[in-house]
Design a protein around this ligand. Structure first.
Ligand code: GAL
Length: 431
């Protein structure tokens, strides 16, 4: 790769940023995260989302920034607990709110990509057992149907569920997200319900928005998982196993329509096959994997950060090559790919800029090698509530002062603006 060469991206490429409702809106009191974060000891830095970035009220200001940066797309999510505050009761006021939000994007020439589920659940659902309760499939499908019929004319790109495997892992195996469970059996039930809910939502969205432009997928977090000690057969075996379970299982299922081992035995699930029109890739990092007898609950898999590597503020390895590897691996599904998230938690904006440059170089390399990538959404537009880490982590192109809600674009925002406006990356912009 010639470091000095300008890299051109395909015509019509989407450039934007990604956010999620609970992380930016503020005041989402009626969901399981609000309840969770207000318990002692659940959030690393002791903060709670509170007003977050107050984007619920300030979306026009934030979309002015997006427009000023010259992005042509933006990924955001709906807060289910606002739209359906009680089981079966849909709020026309909140649907109207999200209609205004989507119109605010369109009026600025920005294409929305809309996520239906980004980690949070309405409290009523959480109290009924959340994603362990088989009725969640019917509830989620009903919610998707209402939203698609109300907002479908404003949305072409839909993400049904953000990071289903991460959600299951953090909430039902690690137990660090609500409901704080550590039960592998529950995790298997939840994964299956997420799959079924996705499949039915895929179909109801298409029924409500039958136009040719409508495109539905999931956002899949892919972590490169390499053996810590490649010379050891046990480490290689657990790396392959965790790669299969964490990175491939869900994607394979929505392509083949079958529940593979270790959750199923290959049985078919009705209406599940070929329920993605594109693949949404969330890529951040790599982890090293080793066989560990002390982890029977985790199939003897232990994940670690590679000793001595460069990391971000979350101790995630900075590994741009992994972005290329993940994209090339996704080629086999023969679907268009959108990078639905990629970014760096750091207070050091110079690090964010080099992260951005190095990952976009790998993205371009993958496109040149035949990966059908059609868009890139940087995580995130603004600093926000980073789940169990709290408000203190800095992932935004734009800094937020939570006391005043003032926004201040970082230098990385302006470099990314040049990339989006030029549809190209000139390495000189990073000097
Ligand atoms: C993703 C998640 C986002 C955001 C990001 C940064 O896994 O979808 O909501 O938190 O990580 O860590």
């Amino acid at each position: 790769m010639n470091a000095g060469k300008t890299l051109e991206f395909p015509k019509g490429f989407l450039w934007g940023t990604a956010t999620a409702a609970h992380q930016v809106e503020g005041g989402n009191r009626n969901n399981d995260w609000w309840e969770w974060e207000h318990r002692r000891g659940t959030i690393a830095d002791g903060t709670t989302s509170e007003s977050a970035c107050d984007q619920y009220n300030r979306y026009n200001e934030d979309f002015d920034l997006v427009k000023g940066f010259g992005h042509n797309a933006h990924r955001l999510s709906l807060e289910w607990s606002r739209i359906e505050p009680k089981e079966g009761v849909f709020s026309s006021a909140e649907l109207a709110h999200y209609r205004r939000v989507l119109e605010a994007l369109h009026s600025r020439g920005i294409e929305p990509m809309l996520t239906l589920h980004h980690f949070t659940n309405p409290l009523w659902l959480a109290k009924m057992g959340g994603w362990e309760n088989p009725r969640v499939v019917e509830y989620f499908t009903r919610y998707a149907k209402v939203v698609a019929s109300e907002l479908g004319s404003l949305v072409r790109f839909w993400v049904t569920i953000n990071e289903p495997t991460v959600y299951t892992y953090m909430s039902y195996i690690q137990g660090v997200w609500p409901p704080g469970a550590k039960r592998i059996r529950s995790a298997a039930i939840v994964m299956t319900n997420l799959l079924r809910a996705h499949a039915l939502a895929y179909h109801v969205i298409h029924e409500a928005s039958p136009g040719p432009g409508c495109s539905v997928g999931i956002a899949k977090h892919i972590r490169i998982l390499d053996p810590l000690r490649p010379g050891r057969v046990c480490d290689r075996a657990v790396a392959r196993l965790s790669d299969f379970v964490f990175n491939r299982w869900f994607l394979d299922a929505i392509e083949t329509g079958r529940l593979a081992w270790p959750i199923g035995m290959g049985q078919k699930v009705q209406l599940l096959s070929a329920t993605q029109d594109f693949i949404g890739l969330n890529y951040y990092t790599r982890e090293m994997t080793r066989f560990s007898l002390s982890k029977p609950q985790r199939l003897f898999i232990e994940n670690l950060t590679r000793p001595g590597c460069a990391t971000n503020d979350l101790r995630w390895e900075i590994y741009p090559e992994g972005f290329y590897r993940a994209l090339m691996d996704l080629k086999k599904y023969a679907r268009p790919i959108y990078v639905t998230e990629n970014g760096c938690a750091t207070p050091d904006d110079a690090l964010r800029r080099s992260y951005l440059r190095d990952h976009l170089v790998q993205l371009h390399r993958a496109i040149s090698a035949g990966a059908d990538v059609r868009g890139y959404f940087h995580w995130s537009l603004i600093d926000n509530f980073e789940w169990a880490e709290g408000l203190g982590r800095k992932l935004g192109l734009v800094a937020v002062d939570y006391a005043t809600q003032a926004r201040a674009p970082r230098p990385s925002a302006w470099v990314y603006a040049k990339i989006a406006q030029g549809n190209k990356l000139d390495p000189a912009w990073f000097e």
